[in-house]
Design a protein around this ligand. Structure first.
Ligand code: PLP
Length: 446
């Protein structure tokens, strides 16, 4: 096989090339040609406190002068110690053991492995199945992929994966069955019970879900009763509940953890994205103290990564938590999220092909449809999820999209600016988005 000499030696998923990033400040990014973009998706829902926050940069500079690496088996380090304490303070009672990693997939891998070791330590070695939802996204490493409900991503690796059982995500907004929303939510929750019984409860280890969905479902939120029912079913059959808050955590939905909205107490939480807020590759698995202690007592947690608890990454994370508090950004996420969601809903009168607006706080999305009454998706050939993003990008607005092929959810778009977004910047998002939707409608003949 031959190929032309590459224009770049970087190797990504595809040949898509974007302009060169020059710098960022607040909610804006500039490319090397001087063009300004409003970061309306915080990258991939990462840059929660905006770009180039001076306090975070200062904290990182100070830490760099002291040390940037000390291996875990040779030294403890203060930023890691302090960050673990700050995070534990924000967690539900008893969920206070913080295991640092460098990203979301690692946080999920760590959660799966800890759950498994906990079962083995308690003499339940037959428990290994982790039930998850379809669609869902939990990461691209093989373990996280096994619980990810996106067949396009996992299919090429099928022989290398131990396929895990999946139940449908609670896409109640698509159901037209005459039941109330709450009844529809409970129907989805009870699918977990059915699946556990089908698999054999004695083989089931855990259930993993995103309390507010990420890009795979477009900020899917279940009706209130869903969450307590899921917790009760996990308890009834002895499954651990793992909440993947990689995207929804660190304040984005208007609470530190999205699960707090429903008083839902997970046994293990995965955090990343807004946790390091784009300043350092950082993630964490936060576990119930009893789980952590039991595993340590039975020979230790057989897992870890070289960069875990890196002092520079943790100094960044510490400053991010401080900035979230100083700027009251969790309240801002709730307030500005309500404003932005209302404005997105307002677009539905102008554009009949917007079928749904959903989400919580500043974890928001809208979905495009061919027919709002039936929620039939737009024809695949329109490539709406790519075209609208490109049109908006040209206009200087970054949004994030996906189409879950083969699933029931169509083209959906995350509108998730940094939590520092002002009213005027929301106006700017809406103006650019409105223009992009207009241009897309003309192009697509809608
Ligand atoms: N879990 C969720 C809910 C995510 O949204 C993502 C990334 O989008 C991941 C896990 C994987 O995180 P990472 O890309 O940092 O490995």
């Amino acid at each position: 096989m031959t190929a032309d000499r590459p224009a770049s030696h970087l190797f990504y998923q595809s040949r898509l090339r974007r302009p060169m990033l020059a710098h960022g400040e607040g909610v804006y990014l500039w490319d090397s040609a001087g063009k300004r973009y409003l970061d309306g998706s915080s990258g991939a829902m990462v840059s929660n406190i905006g770009h180039s926050n001076p306090a975070v940069l200062d904290s990182m500079r100070r830490q760099m002068e002291l040390s940037t690496f000390g291996y875990r088996l040779h030294f403890e380090n203060e930023p890691a110690e302090r960050l673990a304490t700050r995070i534990a303070e924000r967690m539900p009672e008893g969920l206070d053991r913080v295991f640092f990693v460098s990203g979301g997939s690692e946080a999920v891998e760590s959660a799966l492995k800890l759950a498994r070791q906990y079962a083995v330590a308690r003499g339940q070695a037959e428990r290994w199945k982790v039930i998850s939802r379809f669609p869902s996204y939990h990461g691209s490493t093989l373990g996280a992929l096994a619980v990810t409900g996106m067949s396009l991503m996992s299919a090429p690796f099928a022989p290398m994966l131990r396929e895990m059982p999946k139940i449908p995500a609670p896409t109640c907004y698509l159901d037209r069955d005459g039941r109330t929303l709450e009844e529809r939510g409970l129907r989805y929750a009870h699918m977990l019970r059915d699946e556990i019984l089908r698999q054999g409860p004695e083989t089931c280890l855990a259930f993993i879900m995103e309390p507010v969905g990420g890009a795979s479902t477009g900020a899917l939120v279940a009706p209130d009763g869903y969450y307590a029912t899921i917790r009760a079913i996990c308890d009834e059959f002895g499954l651990l509940l793992i909440c993947d808050e990689v995207m929804s955590g660190a304040g984005r939905t208007g609470r530190y953890l999205a699960s707090e909205h429903w008083g839902l107490r997970p046994d293990i939480v995965a955090l990343s994205k807004g946790f390091g807020a784009g300043y350092a590759p950082l993630g964490a698995m936060v576990a119930d103290n009893i789980i952590a202690e039991t595993v340590i007592d039975h020979g230790g947690f057989v897992h870890g990564h070289t960069y875990a608890g890196n002092p520079l990454a943790c100094a960044a994370g510490l400053a991010v938590v401080d900035e979230i508090d100083r700027l009251d950004l969790i309240a801002a996420a709730a307030r500005q999220g309500a404003l932005l969601k209302g404005r997105l809903e307002g677009l539905m009168t102008r554009f009949p092909f917007i079928g749904d607006v959903r989400g919580k706080g500043l974890l928001l999305a809208f979905e495009l449809v061919a027919d709002r009454a039936t929620m039939a998706p737009l024809p695949v050939e329109l490539n709406a999820h790519l075209r609208l993003v490109d049109i908006a990008y040209e206009a200087g607005l970054i949004i994030y999209s996906r189409r879950t092929r083969g699933g029931r959810i169509g083209d959906h778009f995350m509108v998730c600016p940094p939590l520092i977004v002002t009213d005027e910047q929301i106006d700017e998002i809406m103006e650019k988005l409105g223009g992009a939707l207009e241009a897309f409608a003309t192009e697509a003949g809608l």
